[in-house]
Write a protein that binds this ligand. Structure first.
Ligand code: F6P
Length: 548
């Protein structure tokens, strides 16, 4: 048994769970009219209503005790101060410094990183202005019309999600494209829409060794050279964002066209760094700055608000309550906003790559669940797909409902319908529909007796299905920045409580290594024979039939 599961706060929560697990949210609301007001936090133009969770005031107090027991406030301070909390890589974790709009000094190894951060931001601003104002010209003298971001994971998902979310703020001349998949179908499709003379490629890779990204970057380079026939023209059409200047230069991109960031920025936390270049290109430096300002405001809240009123901490604790005590294995992200359609995918990497760990900081194995499965889709589409399971399935799956009061992309009458569904679903999950209510409904339809008795259990909704409701005042750069930072800090808080390192990702290495070996075998005429019988057979089956 780990010290966590044997700790006083954990054991007290376990006992409390046994006492409260049969409580129904419908009852809690019925007997407590002040519940919603008490269980709400408003910060950074965003309201979190967490009253539709299976908690009492006592539960919340005990969860806060757990956070205190696990030194959450001290760990927050350690992260912000530049302490090397990513111990397996011996790195500080300072995505917060990238958006430190207060510009207060932040030290890593005795050096204030803010001058470097500001210098890169200034270069980004300058470059983006030139592209956006039509002053950065391609090799035939024409302004840029299409930007192709080539990157994967954190070098794709953040910029892609934000560019989609804030499209209405985008420059009308610029079309954004994202290529992440090494499946050539994606880049072929994108290049079909672009012209060499007016396309700018942004090659994003923290390490500049990621095979998917480099393969796509080489394909883009060849495509470009086939038309331009001029190596020198590459400087006008290819820029790189990386921590690895040597590899960028070896690829053939002038390091004057490289935007730098640092190893204390994790890939999945990097959209605030130069990795946000596509965002700044599309939206302009002012909107990119506003995104950072929103995140900075959330940082301040996370650092300074008491745990009881701390939005990321409360969301983290609720997640722990369901995952570790109620046995929930997954969590749904349901944005009721088409512009946020890539948010669930972004959250998958942010959460599961951060907290999908089973070894504690001290090297011991956990005896409790860590990151659950994060999944989802725009809420309204989910309603017509998997919400059935959320309503009446056998598992408990908490949901985060996210919507904005104002949305510049939508049509007013559509928005009302969307929000009606948003409010209705959260209510339905909470209340459910009782046997008595179903019976009355059936009677009204003239269904009685045996027929009604048979139908009745199928039409009952247990309810008591928990959710958070996040209502943004509007979907704008500042609020989106705060929303992203909210989840970053939620995930960090959970990692602290679970005693794991949320900032490494050794788990993705094995697959990468094996793929490199197998790639060589696919090109070798001899059959593969060094793997297990299944892998050998599959590789050889493919090789016999492939027409590559
Ligand atoms: O999938 C692992 C990973 O290292 C992610 O953490 C990262 O965001 C992604 O690959 C891309 O890495 P890079 O930016 O170095 O190309």
């Amino acid at each position: 048994m780990s010290s966590l599961t044997q700790s006083p706060a954990w054991l007290a929560l376990q006992a409390h769970y046994e006492q409260t697990r049969h409580l129904h949210l419908r009852e809690l609301f019925l007997h407590d009219p002040g519940r919603a007001e008490r269980m709400s936090i408003e910060v950074c133009d965003m309201l979190l209503d967490y009253s539709k969770n299976r908690v009492t005031d006592q539960t919340l107090r005990q969860l806060i005790d757990l956070a205190k027991q696990e030194n959450v406030p001290q760990r927050i301070a350690a992260m912000f101060s530049g302490e090397k909390i990513n111990v397996t890589e011996n790195r500080a974790v300072l995505h917060t410094a990238l958006r430190n709009r207060a510009n207060t000094p932040v030290y890593v190894d005795g050096e204030d990183v803010m001058p470097k951060v500001n210098a890169v931001l200034a270069r980004i601003g300058n470059f983006c202005d030139r592209v956006r104002h039509g002053e950065w010209l391609g090799y035939t003298g024409q302004p840029i019309t299409d930007i192709v971001n080539i990157g994967i994971g954190g070098s794709d998902l953040g910029p892609l999600m934000v560019c989609e979310a804030l499209k209405p703020y985008g420059h009308p001349r610029l079309n954004m494209h994202f290529v992440s998949n090494v499946d050539g179908a994606q880049i072929v499709d994108v290049l079909r829409k672009c012209h060499t003379a007016t396309t700018l490629f942004v090659i994003e890779s923290k390490t500049f060794t990621t095979s998917e990204t480099l393969t796509n970057a080489h394909t883009a380079r060849n495509w470009f050279l086939r038309s331009s026939r001029d190596e020198k023209a590459i400087a006008k059409h290819f820029v790189a964002v990386s921590t690895n200047a040597k590899a960028v230069s070896e690829f053939g991109i002038d390091t004057n066209n490289m935007f730098e960031f640092w190893n204390w920025v994790g890939g999945r936390y990097s959209l605030w760094s130069a990795i946000g270049l596509p965002i700044a290109l599309l939206l302009g430096k002012e909107h990119f700055q506003a995104l950072q300002t929103g995140a900075h405001m959330m940082d301040q809240h996370f650092r300074n608000a008491p745990l009881e009123k701390n939005m990321p901490v409360i969301m983290a604790l609720l997640g722990i309550w369901y995952g570790n005590f109620h046995g929930a294995a997954s969590q749904v992200i349901a944005p009721y906003n088409q512009s946020l359609h890539r948010l669930p995918a972004y959250m998958q990497q942010l959460d599961m790559e951060s907290n999908g760990k089973s070894i504690r900081l001290d090297g011991s194995r956990v005896d409790y669940q860590t990151s659950g499965v994060i999944w989802g889709e725009t809420g309204i589409n989910g309603q017509h797909a998997y919400f059935q399971m959320l309503h009446q399935g056998a598992q408990l799956i908490p949901i985060d409902f996210i919507a904005s009061i104002e949305n510049p992309s939508t049509l007013p009458d559509h928005h009302q319908i969307l929000l009606a569904n948003f409010f209705a679903q959260a209510e339905a999950f909470m209340r459910g529909k009782t046997e008595a209510e179903v019976r009355t409904e059936l009677l009204a339809q003239g269904i009685e007796g045996e027929k009604a008795a048979k139908l009745l259990p199928h039409k009952v909704f247990e309810g008591n299905r928990p959710s958070n409701t996040l209502l943004l005042h509007r979907l704008d750069p500042k609020t989106l920045g705060a929303l992203i930072a909210l989840y970053e800090h939620k995930i960090f808080t959970q990692g602290v409580i679970w005693g794991i390192n949320s900032f490494d990702q050794w788990g993705v290495e094995l697959g990468k290594q094996l793929a490199t070996t197998i790639h060589a075998e696919l090109m070798n005429p001899l059959p593969a024979q060094h793997h297990d019988s299944s892998t050998n057979r599959l590789i050889n089956y493919y090789k016999q039939r492939a027409k590559v």
